[in-house]
Design a protein around this ligand. Structure first.
Ligand code: MSP
Length: 510
């Protein structure tokens, strides 16, 4: 068993958590839960990014000091993740003293190593991106992402010698083919490097809302420069070397495709400059897009509209927490863009959850109640379903391991479908009580036990509910996957609970 350190990007506090943020966080959560299940020592980090011009402007607009503003707004993310049953191990805020310490220690190290120097910076700046653009990269002087005019900035800044890392980054990419996945995103990152790297300005004097530069306190670090270091702050960088050594570089950064350059070019170079290994893996995901309706603060990007104002709570109120989790994890492969729609959730809910999983649970429990006095029989070691289950377990396991929650769920639903077909074939509701009936029901109960284990990372609440309906004690994540996922562990002789429908059908979904 190894160590598994997974992170989400830290979210800007001036945004309200929306389904796009939830998409990243839930994928990280499911992966963390899977790795805990297989017995990996797992550490799951999320948090909020609280410095920079954008946040300072939002605070000023609301008539409060930046610190007060971030105290109010960071909470919204924590609340959203709690409501979505997100099992983070640490929630970092970049305004915490521990972060200031780690940023100053890390950048201090890079400074001592000679990779930081002073110069004058002139450039076009987009406050929404918190990033500079060259005129060529702009849309006639406007931000290519936000469409707003860029501001001319001229400042005496400290610079990071990114250009010194071009060769080492290329080598790193060549020697670590799995550093950035999927492959298309790796190629994108690699082509940034091949296109030539310019040094970057890493400090500001125009604002004071940031982490002070220890060797030049007139300056604060540029927000991206402090933000990336959060991944090390949470490991107590600068305070506890043994903890950093234990967890770094066993890290997996899950990020959206718009922040590839920061994570796949700057961040590994910064690590190299500080004398650390680059992170182990960056998994890039696409955007959830909405087909043009129901949006307010949206932006035109790549000819489509980005989803920015659907609060997760609107969906969980209507569908329940686990169905929303399921939809977001199941619908889109990590790496691709996905179309998010209300109709899409309602469709998945009615077909995969109500008709397949819910129906399997309810028909098995009903027949156990009517034909077996409510006591579930044990499975058959040589059941025709055992082979099917083994294949599904293997496929799901492999998919979780390669950061493909959608494929893990697809494999699990393949088993659910096969089991529903098995029940149709044998029609236990028409059979007389006896050994043959017990065999069919025992097999179906065993599949449900396996399904509860397999869906646990995606739908922890539903998994535990199924588990207790089967008469099992504890929860499906109590045993390690290599033990729990072996066919035949449903003991039989347990009281099976019929309960109310797990997923009442949604009629006339709007
Ligand atoms: N603060 C920076 C990240 C710093 S990490 C050291 C940032 N924050 S953000 O709040 O703007 O975006 C964070 C992440 O939210 C994005 O990388 C992306 O993962 C996710 N998403 C925001 N909108 C999204 C969609 N519409 N779809 C999918 N994910 C989206 O960037």
């Amino acid at each position: 068993m190894g160590r598994f350190y997974i992170t989400t990007p830290i979210y800007y506090v001036n945004d309200v958590p929306h389904v796009g943020h939830a998409y990243t966080t839930l994928n990280a959560d499911a992966l963390a839960r899977w790795h805990r299940l297989v017995g990996d020592d797992t550490f799951f980090l999320t948090g909020t990014d609280e410095h920079g011009q954008k946040v300072a402007d939002a605070a000023a607009k609301n008539g409060v000091a930046p610190r007060e503003w971030t105290n109010q707004t960071s909470r919204r993310f924590r609340d959203a993740w709690d409501a979505l049953d997100v099992s983070y191990d640490d929630f970092i805020r970049t305004t915490e003293p521990r972060h200031y310490e780690s940023v100053q220690a890390f950048l201090g190290r890079i400074y001592e190593n000679g990779y930081i120097y002073k110069d004058v910076y002139r450039g076009l700046y987009c406050v929404s991106c918190e990033d500079y653009y060259t005129l060529e990269a702009s849309d006639d002087g406007a931000c290519p992402v936000h469409g707003r005019p860029l501001t001319e900035m001229e400042e005496e800044n400290w610079f990071f010698r990114l250009s010194a890392f071009e060769d080492r980054l290329r080598e790193y990419y060549d020697e670590h083919p799995g550093f950035v996945t999927p492959e298309t995103k790796r190629n994108e990152a690699y082509s940034f490097i091949k296109g030539g790297l310019r040094d970057i300005s890493i400090t500001r004097t125009s604002i004071d809302w940031g982490v002070p530069v220890p060797w030049d306190p007139e300056h604060v670090f540029y927000v991206w420069y402090d933000a990336l270091i959060n991944y090390l702050t949470a490991l107590d960088y600068g305070r506890d070397d043994a903890r950093v050594d234990a967890w770094w570089p066993a890290s997996h950064h899950l990020i959206g495709k718009e922040i590839i350059r920061f994570h796949c070019v700057w961040w590994p170079a910064m690590c190299m400059a500080a004398g650390l290994e680059p992170p182990h893996h960056v998994q890039v995901h696409g955007w959830l897009l909405v087909g043009g309706q129901k949006l307010s603060k949206t932006m035109a990007a790549e000819g489509t509209v980005r989803l920015t104002d659907i609060a997760p709570v609107v969906l969980t109120d209507e569908f329940g927490v686990d169905p929303v989790r399921y939809y977001l994890l199941r619908e889109t492969a990590l790496g691709n863009d996905g179309e998010f729609s209300y109709e899409g959730i309602a469709h998945r809910y009615n077909t995969d959850l109500a008709n397949n999983l819910g129906n399997l649970v309810s028909r098995v429990a009903t027949v156990v109640a009517t034909k077996c006095g409510g006591v579930g029989p044990a499975p058959d070691a040589s059941s025709e379903l055992a082979g099917e289950a083994r294949q599904a377990v293997e496929a799901a396991r492999a998919a979780w391991e390669r950061f493909a929650p959608h494929a893990a769920l697809e494999a699990t639903w393949g088993l659910i479908g096969a089991t529903n077909a098995y029940l149709e074939r044998h029609a236990p509701w028409k059979m007389e009580p006896g050994a043959a009936l017990d065999r069919v029901l025992g097999d179906a109960l065993e599949v449900l036990r396996l399904v509860a284990v397999l869906i646990g990372p995606a739908m922890p609440g539903v998994a535990t509910e199924i588990w207790s309906r089967l008469g099992l004690t504890g929860s499906p994540s109590d045993e390690r996957a290599d033990v729990a996922l072996v066919w035949g562990r449903y003991p039989g002789g347990l009281a099976v609970v019929k309960g109310t429908p797990l997923f009442p059908r949604i009629e006339g979904a709007r």
